[in-house]
Design a protein around this ligand. Sequence first.
Ligand code: SAM
Length: 566
Amino acid sequence: MSHKKKNLRRRKVSSSDEEEEQQVQKSKEIQQSASTKLSFYDEMNDESDISEYKPLMFISKDSLVAQSSNIQGIQNIGAETNVEQRISFNDQISKMKTNKKLEIRVSDQSGRGIFALQNISPGALVMEDIPYAAVVDDLNLSTICSNCFMKSGKLLCCSACKFVYYCSKDCQRNDWSNHQHECKIFVKVQRKPPTSVRLLCRILMRRMSDPTSFKEIENLQSNRNLFKQSQIETFAQLSYVIRECIPKDALLPPSDMIELFCRFTENSFSILDGEMIPNGVAVYPNVSLINHSCRPNCIVTFEKSKMMIRCIESIMKDQEITINYTDLSQPGEERRKELRDRYFFLCQCELCEYYKLKGHVDPRNALRCQNPTCSNAIEPPESLESGIEEFTSTCSVCSKELHYDVADVEKKLSMALELYDEGTKLRDKDDLQALALFEQTYKIQQELLHEANYNMIRTRKSLIEIYCNLRDWKNALNHSLKLTKSYRILYSKSYPLLSIQLYSTARIYLSFDHNEINVKDLEKIEELLREALKILEITHGFQHPITKMVEMNLWDVQGELKTKKN
Ligand SMILES: C[S@@+](CC[C@H](N)C(=O)[O-])C[C@H]1O[C@@H](n2cnc3c(N)ncnc32)[C@H](O)[C@@H]1O
């Protein structure tokens, strides 16, 4: 599907909802009937290329209610209603420090989930967990310790394979049981298997040394019946790679290997650094029980490979704990597609439902008001396909009469996306040419799209990156300030990406020549850092290295401000 259609497609509330309901109904039927499932998925899509799975934020499910009764050690303490059964914490969950605040319950709609047993305030640590198994991703192997996940410019590399790095001899020793088998393979073939395969090897090695722990993995949803045949075939091929990497005793029978791949696909997390940039992949079985919302009340952050779930929106007793599985800057339609394709459910969260209501325009795919002084989001017109040539509307903020020539808008936006793609291809080769293409893209989009439109955000991010590479701080700052404004529209006030964006903007400011920064600038920087810090204390906690770093930057700026004022 071309991007232009995505841009302009207006949601036909009733029919698309019906379609989605039908698809979900169909997927429920498939869960019960393995024989029909694959043909449905073949029909439904698509361009599945999962040979290089991106470790996602998250996970998925199976026939959940049925599965819940098989959970080892989880005791069903009786259904209080037909919809929800209360389930007490089992050994697995009691490992979590804060378990008295939480319990597992099961619902027809989303299977197992974690619920609050008391009110929880923003900033509170709701859960923390260490990985069952974790690997540093390929790009970061030389800068992150493969055992403790410490980031450093001075790591020691494994003298045998020279692929894997450690921060100390102790870390190398501790990781040896995991690394010894892959090390031989790296030496033999002089290249690494994909990150996902390396992680699965570690899971299987742990199973061999600690068989009871493997129940934690077996408890995860697999949704095997819902995977497409092409995906299952890829899993089968990757299983062959795994056979080459670990001892025979560590292997599972072929069908269990496929099941493991399905569980991994639905339950793996990206490990993120403080700035929310992925640097590894891991499985955290306890946290895998948390369901998704596009308006989550909790957020996942990491200290090295330890995962922390912190509350970002007040949670009331009996409310479900939720985190986000997708990129929230994407329009609802795309988020729902991703969730349906990967996690096999139709998202009906507060955010998705809100924009289905008449009169609520999602800025993520909106046009902008044609009045240059008005920034209102306008619901995009029907695409060309539906035969509409002109779209008229009235801006609800400035009351301007709006007239869009649909063909012209489609053409311009389509051209902007082509320019963007060209720019992306050139990005690592020729910054200046890429910059010229991104500027052209921006010029077209700025005239037509709302500032929080997904495509505008993408273009701005690319422009900021290139201007920073070129040390053109003035232009980088201009776009970064505007991006911050868009993030305020897109994200809740305690969302970590907003704090990281505020901090990045402050850093761009601080990159200016010292003499160019006056008191007014310093006050602005102080304001940015203050706000970033306030959010980070909630999302990452007071002790997180990034929180400390922002705090130190703030002190420096406050000191300088004092000196300049005197
Ligand atoms: C990581 S698992 C979450 C725990 C899962 N409910 C379980 O029982 O193991 C992800 C799966 O949970 C279900 N799920 C998560 N969020 C959901 C939501 N908002 N609505 C419906 N189902 C959801 C989906 O089946 C998804 O594949």
